[in-house]
Design a protein around this ligand. Sequence first.
Ligand code: KPL
Length: 311
Amino acid sequence: MIADPNLSHWHILGAGAIGGLWALRLHSIGCRVTLIERAPLSPERRLQLTDNSHSSCHDFPVVAANAAALPLSPLLVTTKAGDTIDVIAALLPRLNAGDIVLLLQNGMGIDDWLRQQRPDLQILTAITTDGVFRPTRDHLVMAGHGETLTGGNTAVEQETAMQIALQWQKTGEVVQAVTDIQRRRWQKLAINCAINPLTARYRCRNGALLDMPEALSAMRSICAEVAEVMSLEGYPASTASLYDAACAVARQTATNTSSMLADIQAQRPTEIDFMNGHIVTMARKHGIATPSNARITAEIRALHPQPASSN
Ligand code: KPL
């Protein structure tokens, strides 16, 4: 018999664009939401969402990682991958066995690290195609409603993922629990590996990559290496399928500034270690070389000092 998880009070770590969006959405369906920050600027934060001509806002309580009242579960983590380890490490002693941690972030590697640290937690992952940007820290503007997929690795986590999907669907958004979340995360990772660092290299919007033969050729070699690593990890993929998917996303998001280019323009650390850098680490584990991913990882890392990597 699987216990019904209590999902009435969400804690959100890293309320940027996606975390802030889910704070407002969960509030709209009657959940309590507390924001957790490394160093809160004030005890409350007013988040505002503009979606077409409709606007909504709410004041959320904000607490420091070491001051949040327990239990912290369910905990939604939407920090940038590079910032996550430090902040979650501070929370780990305050999480109980069985607590739910849902990672909704770009890149890969954090869930493996967390499982090593705390195999007793329920660690779920999610990916989304929601598009939202922040003209200012607390103002979110919806660029496009997408789909959010979630899942876990164990039967208990999978059941929790179903409960969460059912709850989140009440917001009117497309949310699904899937049984192959890891495969889908790998596919999303492949797309990010092929688009993000190249937009940073060429300082261009996503769609412009499609007009540059040298960018397309780099995309293809990155995809070939990612396909090899995916296959070794048990998620068979072909170069052509990953390359076609990356080109299709570059076309669909042609006018977007990728998150990596945005980070570089704002002089923030990028997520390269959790994208192409993760491919290099996984390839090394399997004893193969991934020179295109290694080269672009080094190039992007050189543009901005990266925080210590988990990989
Ligand atoms: O996920 C993205 C990102 O910028 O991180 C893509 C799909 C490339 C859209 O911009």
